[in-house]
Design a protein around this ligand. Sequence first.
Ligand code: B4P
Length: 194
Amino acid sequence: MRLVLLGPPGSGKGTQATRLTTQLGIPHVSTGDLLRAQVKAGTELGRKAKEVMESGQLMPDDIVLGMLEERLEQDDARPGFILDGFPRNLTQAGELDQLLHRIGQPLDAVVKLDVSDETIVGRCKVRYDEQGRDDDNPETVRKRLAVYAEHTAPVAGHYREKGLLTEVDGVGELEEVAARITRALPGDAVASHS
Ligand code: B4P
């Protein structure tokens, strides 16, 4: 199963991807997590990523694509993967199509989590208070939501045209949202992993 989880920042992509990883036995590939690992390791890329993430903007496409390509080449991603946080704009969506075509691994499904801006600001505020993630402060979250509306929202149309997109209500208990996502996945793909 090769799946993309779409949705605004804080819509629960990472949370649900972690659950799906256990259910489907395929890795969760989050470009946000890959960037945060670089920040933690104190690399040059990490220093740039820290600055960009704290401003609520997006990292340059070529850097994120290079990181993703390297990750998808690893053995554990051969049976499939759950992409979270990529693609973030139409350029990245086009690059992903080409990359997956090159490695002969086209997408099976794209699930978009729908959550209102106010709910997202509230959720991220909880995480900001608990974990102090700089880009979760309400002012930065509003900037990230504006970047999402301008750059990422059009990506849904790209996948709708390809007949791959299902939209799912992302508000509710974690189990409820998880069940909605499972129902949105192609049946044969879920069965082959259970
Ligand atoms: P991400 O790491 O992708 O963003 P995120 O806000 O963590 O989103 P997610 O939707 O995964 O939310 P989560 O499950 O954690 O990106 C961070 C930054 O990295 C970007 O702003 C950008 O700068 C950079 N970046 C990443 N990818 C890039 C790319 N491709 N190109 C360029 N730049 C890129 O959930 C959020 C909170 O809500 C959690 O606290 C969770 O516990 C809570 N929650 C989840 N589901 C809930 C539910 N049903 N009910 C109540 N709370 C819930």
